[in-house]
Design a protein around this ligand. Structure first.
Ligand SMILES: [Zn+2]
Length: 424
């Protein structure tokens, strides 16, 4: 029988989330440890490490891992990894911590102890290091020189702002995760651990599964991407980000409702699985596309759908840079260390009036005026401002849910569009 793709790293799912008696004992111990407050991005990373979503990572990166990832897409042991996963703390906090200490990592939003960690390395993250990371991770074809990049990045790039606001010391070491936060409860039936999605796929007898990454409501072009995947794979995993987004983005619960309506009315339900994952967006475009493929491999997917401007923000990245980067990454020869989830590259898709259906730049010979060019940002702007949404932009069942959501909003957030409005 054909099998699902193995988890990344060649070590199976490296699960660091404790359960049962071990969890209770560790929770008790954690109360007496020095407490460190973590950022929301770190919280998401921590949960992913806990549930095996970031396999083979079992903790936060050392300086050698960080440098290897920035420079060569490789951890210090030679395993492929596309973006830094670091734990930042203030110099004050770090001053009271020595190598070998155990600490407790706390979510400041509700004071919950999320994990314990054994500190194996304490390393400085200077402003120069932060800038270095930003240029390596976020600089794309849209801003090919450091000068152009920095001219707009500090103001307009939320990923850059996140890195530059990090505290000055990083702590590395293995973690024991004690909680998945409120995700299992808040997103019951949607939030899954990789072991759970793998079980669902196996039960359906799937081996080739394509993941569709979503952070915007699912509109016609996403539906088309998912359907292309269903045609060429055993099934599609519609996987929504349920972590934090930018102001003005649509909450996960609304997006999940939209997907439900779409799947119920326009898909063969047995060929679709819906899920959610707890990360925040990094807006790292091509690098984030690689991260999406890496953790989808852990969730059991062998293909990652990469469309136009995947995980982009503003005009920082080339339209298809998140596709071409897959051709440029190193392929470690040691078993398990290479990325096995391959991209399903799909061109810019849209509804074309002359084609009388969904099409892409590869299939449609017609002009711009015949096409309804879809983008999540434009859709949100239209809905937010109450203007008419052009025909074929989204399905009525989905638009109804979105209109209801916007009608209930008391505070309107201005939505900026760019010359290449971002999709996904
Ligand atoms: Zn056409």
């Amino acid at each position: 029988m054909a099998k699902l793709v193995e988890p990344h790293g060649g070590k199976g799912l490296t699960i660091c989330l404790l359960e049962g008696a071990k969890l209770e004992a560790e929770k008790k111990k954690a109360k007496g440890l020095k407490k460190i407050e973590i950022s929301q991005r770190v919280k998401g990373d921590l949960i992913m490490i806990g549930i095996g979503g970031f396999s083979p990572l079992t903790g936060f990166m050392t300086k050698a891992d960080w440098k290897g990832v920035c420079d060569d897409f490789l951890l210090a042991d030679g395993t492929f990894w596309p973006v830094p996963v670091t734990l930042d703390v203030s110099a004050d906090d770090a001053g009271a911590i020595s190598k070998g200490d155990e600490i407790a990592l706390v979510d400041p939003k509700n004071n919950e102890i999320m994990a314990t960690m054994k500190v194996t390395e304490k390393w400085a993250m200077s402003d120069e290091d932060k800038k270095y990371e930003c240029e390596k991770i976020f600089m794309g074809e849209g801003t090919p020189t450091a000068k152009e990049f920095w001219k707009i990045a500090k103001e307009d790039h939320p990923g850059v702002q996140m890195v530059m606001n990090q505290k000055e010391i990083c702590l590395a070491g293995p973690v024991k995760v004690l909680s998945e936060g409120n995700y299992p409860k808040k997103y019951a039936g949607i939030y899954q651990r990789p072991a759970e999605s793998r079980k669902i796929f196996e039960k359906r007898g799937w081996s080739e599964v394509a993941a569709l990454q979503l952070r915007n409501p699912m509109h016609r072009s996403h539906e088309y991407l998912a359907k292309i995947a269903v045609e060429v794979c055993d099934g599609v995993f519609i996987h929504s980000l349920v972590g934090n987004l930018k102001a003005g983005d649509i909450p996960a619960e609304v997006r999940v409702k939209c997907i439900d309506a779409l799947v119920k009315n326009y898909f063969m339900e047995e060929n679709v699985v819906q899920g959610g994952y707890p990360l925040d967006m990094r807006y790292a475009g091509p690098r984030e596309g690689l991260l999406h493929a890496t953790f989808r491999q852990n969730y059991g997917c062998s293909r990652m759908i990469i469309g136009r401007d995947h995980a982009g923000v503003g005009d920082f990245y080339g339209m298809f840079e998140a596709q071409t980067i897959f051709d440029k990454i190193p392929t470690p020869s040691e078993p398990g260390k290479a990325l096995l989830c391959t991209p399903l590259k799909i061109d810019w898709t849209f509804y074309c009036k002359k084609c009388d259906g969904m099409a892409s730049l590869r299939t449609c010979p017609h002009g711009k005026s015949d096409r309804v060019l879809l983008s999540g940002t434009m859709l949100r702007k239209g809905l937010s401002e109450g203007t008419e949404i052009p025909d074929h932009f989204g399905r009525e069942e989905v638009l109804d849910i979105l209109r209801e959501y916007y009608a209930g909003l008391t505070e309107k957030v201005e939505i900026k569009t760019h010359s290449a409005a971002t999709g996904q």
